[in-house]
Design a protein around this ligand. Structure first.
Ligand code: CU
Length: 155
């Protein structure tokens, strides 16, 4: 019996730790931005500014009407210097994983991302702006990265 109880306790502890982790509150973010994505494969914002160390809340709203399978959108924030073409191509086949690259070195470039959103869906992501630099963002839905992209300029 003891043998069985020990792992259970360990699981309970691990769960407790996860629950105790403070979840970033978008309402308290230093910078709050809403980006829309539409059926014309366009974001309404291609440049966002933040200062190093600020918390940034980005809400992506899909304002289109086309089905998610045809015109879904996400937003993926990447580390400065990431090759976004290589990144997007690396995720094209990963439908189940939100079209994010499965390759570990490419996946390591992600700072924050939403899932793929269908019409009228929205999601907010919160992250901390790193050191000054240009942080690219893009939609990884197949074929969208050529036009659905922008830059977070951290000063
Ligand atoms: Cu898109």
């Amino acid at each position: 019996m003891k043998k069985f109880l020990l792992p259970l306790t360990a699981v309970a502890l691990a769960t407790g730790l996860t629950l105790a982790e403070e979840k970033a509150d978008p309402a308290k973010a230093d910078v709050k931005v809403t980006i829309t994505g539409n059926d014309l494969m366009k974001y309404d914002k291609t440049e966002i500014e933040a200062k190093a160390g600020q918390t940034v809340a980005i809400t992506l709203k899909n304002i289109g009407a086309l089905p998610k399978e045809a015109m879904g959108h996400n937003v993926v924030i990447l580390k400065p210097g990431t090759d976004i073409i290589k990144f997007a191509i690396g995720g094209i086949a990963n439908k189940a994983g939100g079209y994010l690259p499965t390759d570990a070195s490419l996946a390591a470039q992600i700072i924050a991302n939403t899932k793929i959103l269908g019409p009228k869906e929205e999601e907010t992501i919160v992250f901390k702006a790193g050191a000054a630099g240009d942080y690219p963002y893009l939609c990884t839905f197949p074929g969208h990265f050529g036009v659905m992209k922008g830059v977070i300029k951290v000063k």
